[in-house]
Write a protein that binds this ligand. Structure first.
Ligand code: BJW
Length: 248
């Protein structure tokens, strides 16, 4: 893939870069995306139908078990070349005195495992839990005989501390993301279908503030038509090439 020369130049002199990632960046680590057909035990369920408070209210054990299965799957995987290239991008940009913000919709901790520092988690994290009834974060918990485990304060069920459909995003994280999108010169949208709001509004905000918007995805998305550069392909292949082209 040829990286556009103008994009290389802009990145070399950039003072602020924001990156939004979605499930596609973890696909090459072996984490299924949301729109992938599920396999095995979970083949008959739509992930987007399990990721709701209504599903948890209806069948807390089913939803808890799905997250438990995902936690166990993800615990076995490693960051891939795409995650690692973003870590290198952060280091290079910080060295040239630029601001770098990695906004992720993923809950898998793979960016942190790849040692990227400035990670903003928009949709929470699979490894944290909270009380379903009272939203209380729970620091220590273990799987016992009762599923889901119980809140030590109120006895109600615990749930993963992720953001389900119909729920508000953590305000600190979302405000941080809005600020990064409004202030950056280059905004990357990587491995996301760009359909889930309000995350999908971030590149639109960056465009309003005249950032150069770059999409990295093997498929077309609703963002494609307005992106300045479309790098069609897998993040784990394109990102290392891009970082090498810009910083050697
Ligand atoms: C590769 C690749 C490779 C593959 N390399 N790429 C406005 C209009 C319409 C609806 C709404 C609206 N505003 C809000 C809504 C409702 C709703 C929504 O957006 N619905 C849409 C479906 C239309 N949004 C919400 O409900 C949000 N809350 C909200 O707005 O609250 C308002 C409120 C305010 C105040 C009080 C109360 C409420 C919350 C959204 C939460 C989303 N949660 C999930 C689950 C998280 C936990 C978990 O992991 O289980 O987040 S759903 C799921 O979708 C998950 C993801 O983070 C998110 C995005 O998915 P993503 O990452 O884009 O993955 P995929 O699978 O869709 O796409 C993968 C992409 O990768 C594809 O494009 C591939 O081509 C690509 N790819 N291989 C590069 N190798």
């Amino acid at each position: 893939m040829t990286i556009p020369a103008r994009l290389v130049e802009v990145l070399r002199s950039a003072k602020a870069v924001a990156v939004l990632t979605g499930a596609g960046i973890s696909a090459e680590s072996g984490v299924p995306t949301f729109r992938d057909a599920q396999t095995g035990l979970w083949a008959k369920y739509q992930p987007t139908e399990l990721a709701t408070p209504e599903a948890f209210r209806r069948d807390p054990q089913l939803v808890w078990d799905w997250y438990d299965w995902r936690r166990k799957t993800i615990a076995k995987v490693r960051p891939n070349a795409g995650h690692l290239a973003l870590t290198r991008m952060e280091r290079q940009l910080t060295t040239q005195g630029a601001q770098f913000t990695l906004i992720t919709q993923n809950v898998d901790s793979l960016h942190q495992l790849a040692a990227t520092h400035n990670v903003v988690e928009l949709h929470g994290n699979l490894y944290r839990v909270k009380c379903f009834a009272e939203d209380r974060p729970i620091e220590f918990w273990e799987a016992g005989e009762v599923t889901p485990p119980r809140c030590p304060e109120c006895g109600g069920p615990l749930r993963p501390a992720v953001v389900w459909f119909g729920e508000a995003l953590p305000s600190d994280a979302f405000n941080h993301a809005l600020q990064a999108a409004a202030q950056c010169e280059v905004f990357f949208s990587i491995g996301t279908s760009s359909i889930v709001e309000p995350a999908a509004s971030l590149p639109r905000l960056a465009l309003e503030y005249e950032a150069v918007v770059v999409e990295i995805n093997p498929e077309e998305t609703p963002l494609t038509a307005s992106a300045a550069y479309i790098l069609r392909g897998r993040a784990g292949e394109i990102l290392p090439e891009l970082v090498k082209e810009v910083w050697g």
